[in-house]
Design a protein around this ligand. Sequence first.
Ligand code: ZN
Length: 457
Amino acid sequence: MSKHQALASVRQYLSDGHFEADLRRRIAIQSESQDPAKAEQLGRYLHEEIEPALVRMGFQCQSLENPKGAGPLLFASRTEDAHLPTVLTYGHGDVVLGYDEQWREGLSPWELTIEGDRWYGRGTADNKGQHSINLTALEQVINARGGRLGFNVKVIFETGEECGSPGLREVCQAHRDLLAADVFIASDGPRLNDSRPTIFLGSRGSALFSLEVRARDKGLHSGNWGGVMSNPAVVLSNALASLVDQTGRILCLGLVPSSIPDSVREAIHDLGIDQHSLGLTLDTHWGEPGLTLGEKLFGWNTLEILAFTAGNPNKPVNAIPPSAVAYCQLRFVVGTDWQNLESLLRHHLDAEGFQHVKIVIDRCTPATRLDPDNKWVRFAKTSIAETTPRKIAVLPNLAGTLPNDIFSDVLGLPTLWIPHSYPGCSQHAPDEHILESLILEGLEVMTALFWDLGNVA
Ligand SMILES: [Zn+2]
């Protein structure tokens, strides 16, 4: 059989309704990892849906114990020859809460509903629809090649992604050898937009921290004490202003990368981000001066104030508040010294005269990025370009954050994410959907990619 025939058979799998039937069964399983009462559904999804599909393709499956006691994990491998390249892929079987009552009339999170190009249901975009596309493509290539792929595959499925993937890091650390591979290829998140097939190679990191000024236990009447007693809200506002200016430029230089590598700059330029390309009109005056909009979003850091309180905003009174707190987030790219965030902040605030501002570092997720010039990226770009005439978008990293460092740093793999969803998919919200046109394109892209992988060795 030829690649052409493999593509014809995957198109037929979709047009004959088989893909719809698979996804319909998967959407009906209420695998909401954020609801402890649904814990059983997590294992059910893995063992009733994913495992049988993998066994049919000749995978050997084993459950991996979750050391954090959270949702179960499934590992599977299919080895043809130890000398062939090995691909590790990933999916998550859990979904966010259904929010059943908030869906538009006629829609339910647990029933696949098709209206024109849109396939509605919880998990259609995140992540059941996406991993179903990849498993289908893999199976079609196995069938088309008479039971042979030409490469080895390992699969890891988790069921806690929507709760921050508890245990996934520890499992990957403990099973490094079992999970050893040459490249990581998986699908989650959105494409740049519905018209550009996308590869993203990592994500910005995220560091959550709070800054707090506590002057005293009680509020003081501003008429009796104002002018002779310090105001924590005023101090904190000024401390924040010393970190980031009125146009969003980060003033604490330790919190930005030293530069944007040329290959990353080129890849970002190719995305063609302009004031209108992301759906909302962008604030061109905002962010680091001298950078393009794309560089600000994908190649640089941003310091956001997520929440800021002092006194009682719902009922302001004439009093100097006793304390003030700001919850902040640094979204950062590779090359940022985030491991030293606390001392960088401390040094900066002390130098600016804010010794009384307390810093509490909360959750940090590292940034990751694969060089867009990496050979696997070039391979995937060539394969996709042969499948679709549409212009490919290569994102050096997502602007958002994923725990991709588990695969890139813990397992040491080049990581390629090929998403099949689009920004308007209402992921994590009511009316989540995937587009049939992108299912078709995803099936074609992945089938061709898996076919071409069989010719690499
Ligand atoms: Zn999600």
